[in-house]
Design a binder for this molecule. Structure first.
Ligand SMILES: Cc1cc2nc3c(=O)[nH]c(=O)nc-3n(C[C@H](O)[C@H](O)[C@H](O)COP(=O)(O)O)c2cc1C
Length: 239
């Protein structure tokens, strides 16, 4: 599957069919996590696969009572091993890198799941202590999220996303107005990209408006032409 196709079509799925997920597909999703980039390539994560219905119930309860999670045939608890990050990168490692690494691994897993025809949802609203007890977590680690996995029983529309020009800036954070101030040749390809993209998006609307203008102008011209002809005919009539 094309990457952009997957990026656009992946949705958070919260309703699942009562169908088991094939083991090889679970394996492929885990593999996508394994291949993720990580700070200093530490790969200090653990992916705990849960299929047991009682454990899933407890997990749903520990995720702010998100009971829809019970329906998913598989949960993958994403665990960050903090101790290692502290050792290698100090406080920034343990406060940030480990979380970023696990988030990226989870993203890769979600995209892989989508490419395999599976639905998934990343759940962060978790009670870490309770989840830790359920999976018998060991020292220096924290569960950071739970990924639900299964065949989707819903096809949600994409929730609204900001337009690119609302979130992308060039060179500085000062906004796009600044971009226009750049001299020729220095403006940004990015700016051109925005413009082209805008036109592409509005193209159909402009074509329709132009077609209406042409229609209007033609009708007026025709009226004028017919009017003149009628006047001529009137004038020619013998008195
Ligand atoms: C860090 C993170 C935490 C999330 N936690 C939850 C959650 O606890 N419960 C839930 O139903 N969805 C959760 N989601 C899913 C988001 O609600 C969802 O990604 C967002 O609404 C956009 O929808 P989409 O994934 O279909 O594009 C979480 C997503 C992320 C990235």
């Amino acid at each position: 599957m094309d990457v952009f196709e997957a990026l656009k079509a992946r949705r958070s799925i919260r309703k699942y069919l009562d169908l088991p997920v094939e083991w090889d597909k679970v394996g492929s999703v885990l593999e996508a996590g394994r291949l993720a980039p990580s700070s200093g390539n530490l790969q200090s994560w653990k992916f705990i696969v849960i299929r047991d219905i009682n454990k899933k119930k407890l997990i749903a309860e520990a995720c702010a009572q998100q009971y829809w999670m019970e329906q998913a045939p598989v949960h993958i608890v994403i665990v960050g091993v903090f101790a290692k990050y502290q050792r290698f990168f100090g406080d920034r490692g343990k406060d940030l890198y480990v979380i970023q690494d696990c988030a990226i691994a989870a993203t890769q897993m979600m995209l892989a799941a989508h490419a395999l025809g599976l639905g998934s949802c990343f759940v962060s609203a978790i009670n870490e202590d309770k989840i830790g007890e359920i999976i018998l977590i060991r020292g220096g680690a924290r569960p950071l999220g739970v990924l639900t996995l299964g065949y989707p029983a819903e096809q949600p529309k994409m929730p609204l996303r900001y337009r690119l020009e609302n979130i992308a800036y060039l060179e500085t954070d000062a906004g796009r107005a600044y971009v226009h101030g750049y001299g020729p040749g220095r403006i940004a390809d990015l700016d051109d990209t925005f413009t082209n993209w805008r036109f592409a998006e509005r193209g159909i609307k402009y074509v329709k408006e132009a077609a209406k203008d042409i229609d209007r102008a033609t009708t007026e011209k025709r009226k004028g032409f017919l009017g003149k002809l009628m006047e001529k005919t009137k004038r020619k009539k013998p008195t």
